[in-house]
Design a protein around this ligand. Sequence first.
Ligand SMILES: [Zn+2]
Length: 201
Amino acid sequence: MNTIVTMISEDDTGEIGIDTFGQFVVWINDEESDDRRGYGLVDPREMKCPICDKGWDLTAKGVMDQYMCGRTRASSALVHKSCYVKWKQFDERQLVIQAIDQSNFEMVGIHNIPSQYSSGWNTAWYEIEVDNPNILSIVMGRRKRVYSIEISTRKGINLEIVDDAFKNEDVTKSFNDNTILLHAWSDEKLFEYLTWLSVIL
Ligand SMILES: [Zn+2]
């Protein structure tokens, strides 16, 4: 990253400024060593995050809290990364609840658990308790584009019925005596699989 030629601000966490190419850059001080790391970022000074309707703290750490949300340049919006994570996680919580609600499972509890997908910084995983004596837990969470469903049972699984129900589904799936693992490739498939499982188990 390039050296700052016009300093905007300086604080304990690092420096913010403009480099020789007119780019907005941030140099972050490493808390543990004397190292510094430079990043080219979007200049957020005139912007407001559409999630919280607030601007950015003009500290090195403050402006690092940014994420460009959207697939195309035209539809993108700069948001606080911290806001995006909270919004995304709540959105996925709603999806999980909706998936359970439309099945025959009756939810009695939902718990936020650490993401079990290593690069899932913006995803939340959930453990759901249902009113079904055979089910120990249902764990759901996103792995990149797929939704992972993992069910542990108390009394076991009728493998013949489960194999048969999912025989035409060309997805990652693994069924054994007490666990079911399935990957759903869309929200519709997530809803469908949970409905089938709520009937079978
Ligand atoms: Zn925000």
